[in-house]
Design a protein around this ligand. Structure first.
Ligand code: ADP
Length: 253
């Protein structure tokens, strides 16, 4: 069964804004799993026309934050508000491990997913966008891991959601496929979509993200464009920014 990654019913538009001005605003998000405090009073905005990357160590709460933004998880405290024009599907989602029906072809997978959402899908255009047009009639089980990830990206974009959340779209992919995945995200942002992506590939984040949120110890310990973060921490790469913010090392490290 295809993982449905359903758009949240809770994210219906709350006000009318011009097309292309869809955003998510999270206010004072705190989350606890029982006794375990994961996120603490986080404020952030996911803005249109930009790739916002969420980085941070494993277990620091990135997936929890993404699921709260999607409306899949209700935060212990705080709110997430979607503002923008009415959309068939306000928020798209690529989970860390999308699962597919192995016998469905790539085209059938997208058509089936569209049907689940009550949308008709131009599968050729959807596959072309991620470079899979030639694989339209191949069953998912015959696609490489990288091609499946691209299919997952195409699936997350079904219905042209104005906001799309990607949880580690490049994990486990070779360098050229990882780059391809981020190029698609950047192309999508250039068309006005608000993109949020978590990734451990700091080289790609530095290259493709417009804004970076460094999640550490339950808070956003750094935020800004890669360039701004490097200037702030007096470092020369996002790797060094990460080291500075997460491990407290500054400059010339
Ligand atoms: P990340 O995506 O940064 O690796 P997660 O958001 O998955 O972090 O997890 C943050 C912390 O919350 C981890 O300590 C994890 O074990 C814990 N956690 C995640 N999901 C649950 C859950 N459903 N129940 C209890 N603890 C959870």
């Amino acid at each position: 069964m295809t993982e449905t990654a359903s758009p949240s019913e809770s994210h219906q538009p709350t006000e009318t804004t011009p097309a292309g001005d869809s955003r998510l605003t999270a206010t004072s998000i705190t989350h606890r799993y029982g006794e375990l405090s994961v996120l603490e009073a986080i404020d952030l905005e996911i803005t249109p026309g930009a790739v916002t990357a969420v980085i941070g160590p494993n277990g620091t709460g990135k997936t929890t934050l993404l699921r709260i933004l999607l409306g899949q998880l209700t935060p212990t405290e705080g709110t997430v508000e979607y503002t923008g024009p009415a959309a068939d599907r306000p928020i798209g989602y690529l989970p860390q491990q999308p699962s597919f029906r192995p016998q469905f072809t790539a085209a059938e997978t997208l058509a089936f997913y569209g049907a689940l959402l009550g949308l008709s899908v131009d599968t050729h255009t959807a596959l072309e966008r991620v470079g899979l047009a030639d694989a339209a009639d191949r069953p998912v089980e015959a696609l490489s891991g990288g091609m499946r990830r691209l299919l997952g990206i195409a699936q997350s974009l079904v219905g042209e959601p104005p906001v799309v959340v990607f949880d580690e779209p490049a994990s486990g992919l070779d360098p050229s496929m990882s780059t391809r995945a981020f190029e698609i995200l950047a192309d999508q942002a250039a068309e006005g979509t608000a993109i949020v992506v978590s990734s451990h590939d700091l080289g790609l984040v530095e290259r493709f993200a417009d804004r970076v949120l460094v999640v550490h110890d339950g808070t956003i310990a750094g935020r800004g464009s890669p360039r701004e973060l490097m200037a702030e921490t007096e470092t020369a790469s996002l790797w060094d920014v990460y080291d500075a913010v997460v491990h407290g090392h500054r400059g010339d490290t």
